[in-house]
Write a protein that binds this ligand. Structure first.
Ligand code: NAD
Length: 499
């Protein structure tokens, strides 16, 4: 692939950046630079925000059903271009082509949700809240909203944001991850092909300089962030300080509890997909298995070990590949340093994938640790790679406590045949997304995605009705018409019961 120059997409046009800093995009399967882009400067970002602000008044007055028509056309275009979009994802992220197609499909479901935006925006009406007085509410758009997205879902995570915000009548500035920009830029072009007016969606590629402009520019009303906890906490604090609505969806350490009564063959298959799919670079990946009872742990380790050893690793376009590379050299080095730390801390490394780092590209083979304890960094930290820790506990109560004591609370799962245990777990676990015999319980489009504890700052989950609420502000109108007005001034604060 030739090394070509990417451009930002502002006001319906492809434009160069002006920061003077070049960002390189890699093919992680080869380790080679394939594309470059001049990072968006603060000035470029301010321009994108200004354009979005100028477009807001007209766009917010387009009836929701008309906005939905664009979403219908957009849906058709995404379906038509799914393979092209998936190819862009795989080339820059490294995940397998089938996984990338699945990701585009999950993003598409959000667009489909937005085709019914009139239904989600409809308001409540109460007749006769007092004599002759009615009350109703409106959900109105905020203005310019911004999205800052991570590398690991180049198609789906942007689509968690801008389709919902735009369908609600907002205009949008999308700051893509500098590691995987091509799919988001192509999705932006397709949105314009679907009939979106210029200025409503402006997409830039940049780093901290662009982000800081978003966080301080007074024209930005709301910021959606998805990424690591350190950056997310900064974005939440800075954005809130500047009076913006902020939702920051962050890092994770997802535990899967396996009870002795679970189907251990099914559990083992579920673990393989959930821990090693997408090379563990999913915020909902299972990175800790909590085996209840030594017998459960021994059976699982025996079943998992050969499967991890035989994972087919390679480039996304090689037939039969199950796991691609990790995204960058830095990620590869960070993951290897955690594996070293796990060994030094005394965990039992059953499968060592470090030899895969000798290939070209940014590969790490699947790793499996047994006898991991809660004080080890491989347990406490998000590694974001194909490294699975098995922790052994004696009872369900110990397993639940482990999950609840962890600083992250994004996703979790329990594998059991016992309804009482499952119900106790779903009720008492301090985690935002919970699976029962489902290893990666990612909520579908009409539900909302979001963690608890240090996996989410700002309290607002993303997409579904929570997304509509995040991107709108509520106005409540109380009205009385002349025939309902009593003569004479009223000085008391009336309630409906007084009249
Ligand atoms: P990241 O935090 O490095 O980057 C996310 C975004 O923030 C990017 O657009 C990046 O350009 C920007 N950014 C990076 N450093 C910055 C800084 N110092 N100041 C301002 N902006 C900065 O995350 P990543 O490595 O791209 O993605 C992986 C992380 O995202 C993991 O922690 C993963 O758990 C998390 N994630 C969370 C969810 C969720 O829904 N909770 C979903 C996907 C990914």
């Amino acid at each position: 692939m030739s090394n070509h120059l990417l451009k930002h997409f502002i006001n319906g046009e492809k434009v160069s950046g002006s920061s003077g800093r070049t960002l390189s995009v890699f093919n992680p399967a080869t380790g080679k630079v394939t594309k470059t882009i001049e990072a968006a400067s603060a000035k470029d970002t301010a321009k994108a925000i200004q354009v979005a602000s100028d477009a807001f008044e007209e766009w917010s007055q387009v009836p929701p059903s008309k906005r939905a028509q664009i979403m219908f056309t957009y849906r058709e275009l995404i379906i038509k271009h799914t393979d092209e979009l998936a190819e862009l994802v795989s080339q820059e992220h490294g995940k397998t082509f089938a996984d990338a197609q699945g990701e585009v499909g999950r993003g598409l479901e959000i667009v489909e949700y937005c085709t019914a935006i009139n239904n989600h925006l409809k308001s409540d009406f109460s007749a006769d809240v007092s004599r002759g007085i009615d009350s109703h509410n409106l959900r109105q758009a905020l203005g310019v909203c911004a999205g800052i997205v991570p590398f690991n879902f180049p198609a789906m995570v942007p689509m968690w944001m801008y389709p919902v915000a735009i369908a609600c009548g907002n205009t949008f500035v999308l700051k893509l991850s500098e590691k995987v920009p091509s799919c988001g830029l192509r999705l932006t072009e397709l949105m314009h092909e679907a009939g979106l007016p210029n200025g409503v969606l402006n997409t830039i590629v940049g780093d901290k300089e662009a982000v800081d402009e978003i966080l301080t520019n007074p024209q930005v009303r709301a910021v959606s962030f998805v990424g690591s906890t350190g950056v997310g906490e900064y974005i939440y604090q800075e954005g809130s300080k500047n009076n913006k609505r902020v939702q920051a969806l962050c890092g994770a350490k997802n535990h899967m509890i396996v009870m002795p009564d679970a189907d251990l063959d099914q559990s083992s298959d579920a673990i393989i997909g959930a821990a090693y799919g997408s090379a563990g670079e999913r915020c909902m990946a299972i990175s800790v298995v909590v085996a209840v009872g030594d017998e459960t742990a021994d059976t699982l380790i025996e079943s998992l070990t050969p499967k991890v050893k035989s994972l087919k690793i390679g480039s996304y376009n090689e037939p039969g590949v199950e796991m691609g590379p990790v995204v960058s050299k830095e990620s590869q080095e960070k993951i290897v340093s955690y594996i070293d730390a796990g060994i030094n801390a005394g965990a039992d490394l059953k499968v060592d994938g470090r030899s895969e780092t000798e290939r070209d590209g940014f590969f790490v083979g699947g790793c499996l640790f047994d006898h991991v304890t809660s004080d080890m960094s491989i347990y406490t930290d998000e590694i974001f790679g194909p490294v699975l820790s098995v922790v052994r506990v004696s009872t369900y109560d110990e397993a639940l406590k482990l999950v609840n004591d962890h600083e992250y609370g994004n996703g979790t799962a329990i594998f059991t045949r016992d309804g009482d245990t499952a119900r106790h777990f779903t009720t008492n676990v301090k985690v935002g997304m919970v699976g029962v015999n489902i290893p990666i319980p990612v909520p579908v489009a009409m539900h909302s995605f979001g963690g608890w504890k240090r996996s989410l700052f700002g309290g607002s989950s993303i997409h579904g009705m929570e997304g509509v609420r995040f991107y709108t502000q509520l106005k409540t109108i109380t009205s009385r018409w002349p025939s309902g007005i009593r003569k004479g001034a009223q000085f008391n604060f009336e309630s409906g019961k007084d009249v």
